[in-house]
Each structure stands twice: as structure tokens, then as C-alpha cells.
Design a protein around this ligand. Structure first.
Ligand SMILES: C[S@@+](CC[C@H](N)C(=O)[O-])C[C@H]1O[C@@H](n2cnc3c(N)ncnc32)[C@H](O)[C@@H]1O
Length: 243
């Protein structure tokens, strides 16, 4: 874990009530400059505040909410695979929208399966494969057993390797992981299904787009408002899977 990631993790625990944001601000001076910058940004971020108010595990929930409000991927009854799911905010959104906790008995009940290298704290309505590698075919085999009829309607991926800070290297690593999602789609995605995957923009983005275009009728780039403008983060939304 990088020092900034460690700060993020401590910060998220602190915001969940172990310390007030006042004491956190007081402690800022004891942090490294990178940690201080990160903490100051978090304290000012309206999406961070909203995620606490709405009980989301992190601000990334708002990226998926925004994309889904526009494209309606997550409908009641749908089966969703959430890749790189920890700490679980996207899964929270998916559970609410596909009704996988059965909150509304009048609507069809969906399924949400999340996968991450890290531990994902339990969530009502979701099944998690913690400490599993999305890129590993053995994980795909386990996943198949958890999906009704072995099929999913939507694959989400907010997967991101630990950033080294070397932009090109991080970009290449994430694209390599995203390319394996095409194999996962081949194993589990329904014809007509959708894949939403995060990537960091760079010279290999086009090859990922081409790979997705060979399997999906429609591929586009999306950058939700909740994704920081200065970040190279983008999402490919691939729809209408052709088996
Ligand atoms: C930005 S976080 C995801 C946040 C999540 N969408 C949420 O809303 O809570 C990226 C996650 O991708 C996970 N990850 C990276 N590479 C992975 C891989 N090969 N297999 C599974 N998870 C991976 C990391 O462990 C990390 O938890």
C-alpha cells in the first residue's frame, strides 16, 4: 500500500466515526505533503460529503449513479458482476438498483456478485469473492457457479491496480487487466449484455476500444462529473454484446 493509499484508508475509517473531521484537520500537520494534499481535497469534496450522508462506502458510488441514470444498465432483476468491488460502493448502487436484497417485493430480484483482491466487507444483497483476482480464469470458474444459469447481464469494472505514480506504466497495467474482461465477457455475458470498465487514458486505450468493438455493437467513452477533471480516468461503456 502506498503512503497516500494508507492515508486514504485511515481517512475513510476516521470519517466513519472514529475521529471528528476537526481532529482530523488538526492532525493534518503531522502528515506528509502528499497525504496533506489528499486529505485537504477530501475535506472539500462535495461527493465525499454526499457519500457519507447517503451511507455509501466511498465517493465512487456517484460515478456509477450518474452513468446509470443516463444509460439504465442496472434494472430490477438484472444480474451484475462488479469487478474490483472493494470497499463496495458500486455494489451498494447495484444492489439498490437491481433489487438484489429484495427490498421491493413487487419487483424482480436481481443478483450482484463482487470480486476484489482485497477483502470486501459484507453487504446485504451481494455475494463477494474477496481476495480473488478478476484476471484469473480460476476466478471466472468460481463466478460461474454464483450466477443464475451461469450468465450475467452487466459486467462493471472500476478495477485499478495500485498506482505507482509512473503514468504510462499504470496505464499499461490497467489496460492489460481490462483486456482480460473480454475473456470474462465471453464466459458469462448474455447476448445483448453490457460492460462498463474504467481505464486510465493513454496510448493503449485505442487497442482496448478495438477489442471491445469486436464483441459489442456499441462502444463509447464516458467521463462522469464525479470523476475528477484532472484525472486520466475514463470509462468505456460497451453495449449490445454479440456472442
Ligand atoms: C477504485 S477501487 C474500486 C472502488 C469500488 N468500485 C467501490 O465503489 O467501492 C479499485 C479496486 O480494484 C481492485 N483490483 C485491482 N486489480 C484487481 C484484480 N486484478 N482483481 C480484483 N480486484 C482488483 C483493487 O484491489 C481495488 O479495491
Amino acid at each position: 500500500m502506498t503512503p497516500v493509499n494508507a492515508a486514504m484508508w485511515r481517512f475513510s475509517l476516521q470519517r466513519r466515526g472514529l475521529h471528528s473531521s476537526l481532529s482530523l484537520t488538526k492532525n493534518v500537520k503531522s502528515k506528509s505533503p502528499a497525504e496533506q494534499r489528499w486529505l485537504q481535497r477530501q475535506l472539500k469534496d462535495p461527493y465525499v460529503k454526499a457519500s457519507h450522508a447517503q451511507n455509501f462506502r466511498c465517493r465512487s458510488a456517484f460515478k456509477l449513479l450518474e452513468i446509470d441514470d443516463k444509460f439504465r444498465l442496472l434494472q430490477p432483476g438484472r444480474v451484475v458482476v462488479d469487478c474490483g468491488a472493494a470497499p463496495g460502493a458500486w455494489s451498494q448502487v447495484a444492489v439498490r438498483r437491481v433489487n438484489s436484497a429484495g427490498t421491493d417485493p413487487a419487483l424482480p430480484r436481481g443478483t450482484v456478485v463482487g470480486i476484489d483482491l482485497m477483502n470486501i466487507p459484507p453487504l446485504d444483497g451481494a455475494h463477494f469473492l474477496s481476495r480473488h483476482d478478476v484476471t484469473d480464469p480460476a476466478t471466472h470458474a468460481e463466478l460461474l457457479q454464483l450466477l443464475p444459469g451461469g450468465r450475467a447481464d452487466v459486467i462493471l469494472s472500476d478495477m485499478a491496480p495500485n498506482a505507482s505514480g509512473v503514468r504510462e506504466m499504470d496505464h499499461e497495467k490497467l489496460i492489460a487487466a481490462c483486456l482480460t474482461l473480454a475473456d470474462l465477457a465471453e464466459r458469462v455475458l448474455q447476448p445483448g449484455g453490457a460492460l462498463l470498465c474504467k481505464y486510465w487514458d493513454g496510448f493503449l486505450a485505442r487497442s482496448l476500444q478495438e477489442k471491445l468493438s469486436s464483441a459489442f455493437a456499441h462502444v463509447q467513452t464516458v467521463k462522469p462529473n464525479a470523476s475528477r477533471k484532472e484525472s486520466a480516468e475514463r470509462y468505456f461503456l460497451a453495449r449490445k454484446y454479440r456472442r
